[in-house]
Ligand binder design. Structure first.
Ligand SMILES: Nc1ncnc2c1ncn2[C@@H]1O[C@H](COP(=O)(O)OP(=O)(O)OP(=O)(O)O)[C@@H](O)[C@H]1O
Ligand SMILES: [Mg+2]
Length: 229
């Protein structure tokens, strides 16, 4: 069988507590997402959703277990190598967008493709096409502060997807949107992902979203561990 776009086994991440104990923020025995498949992971606020995506993307190092992206281990790599693997394979729609304030919309999208293997089209052409797709053809030279929140999110969607990643991660993509905008956002994410046969993994507590996916996984509530002497 072909490698899964994402394969997780026995993944654990602890955070230190202010009282000297530690807090198990992510404890996920197994999760696999195939190319072309879309999966939602639900969990209440604080259940570790953002932490999980940051582990998958290699932004945070895991404490235990493995994450494989397209058959390649993300866990166990140095930070530089994790950054490279993320840049080559993953499109990440962050909960808070993370657009660079000094760059225009088109520059932000281009930057998302800076470390991707080159395709036929130039990064600039691809960035402009992606912004056109999300309905921002007339906002390409605007900086984030000159855009509405909904428009900023569409820039972030274009940045996550313009480089045709094999795995798309989206963190609470609809939490600040009304139903109509939430529909548009999900349509963009699923259409873009389907075009490149990418795997789509969305984390959310939005019940409206959960109904749209064929598969739904639930994160367990995190556990607190007392400090050991
Ligand atoms: N850097 C950190 N240091 C210590 N604890 C942290 C850190 N980041 C997150 N946490 C804790 O880990 C838990 C999981 O946080 P995380 O941001 O992953 O939750 P979430 O499910 O994304 O929540 P939300 O739905 O509110 O975005 C929270 O209880 C949080 O307080
Ligand atoms: Mg979160």
């Amino acid at each position: 069988m072909a490698d899964a776009a994402l394969r997780i086994q026995n993944l654990k991440k602890w955070y230190p507590d202010p009282d000297g104990g530690r807090f198990l923020a992510v404890d996920l025995p197994a999760l696999e997402v195939a190319s072309g498949e879309s999966v939602v992971v639900r969990g209440e606020s604080g259940s570790g959703k953002t932490t999980l995506l940051n582990l998958i993307a290699g932004i945070l190092p895991a404490d235990e277990g493995t994450v494989e992206i397209a058959g390649m281990a993300m866990t166990g790599l140095s930070e530089v190598k994790r950054d490279r693997l993320r840049a080559q394979h993953i499109g990440y729609l962050f909960q808070t967008f993370n657009l660079l304030p000094g760059l225009t919309a088109v520059e932000n999208v281009q930057l998302g493709m800076a470390f991707r293997p080159r395709r036929d089209e130039s990064p600039k052409t691809a960035a402009e096409a992606a912004l056109q797709r999300v309905g921002l053809a007339d906002r390409m030279r605007h900086r984030p502060a000159q855009l509405s929140v909904g428009q900023q999110q569409r820039v972030a969607i274009a940045r996550a997807l313009a480089g045709h990643p094999s795995l798309v991660l989206a963190d609470e993509p609809t939490s600040n949107l009304d139903s109509k905008r939430a529909d548009q956002c999900m349509a963009l994410l699923t259409e873009f992902a389907a075009e490149s046969n990418a795997a789509l993994l969305v984390v959310t507590h939005d019940e409206r979203l959960i109904e749209r996916f064929e598969r739904c996984e639930t994160l367990r509530a995190p556990k607190h561990e007392e400090a050991t002497a």
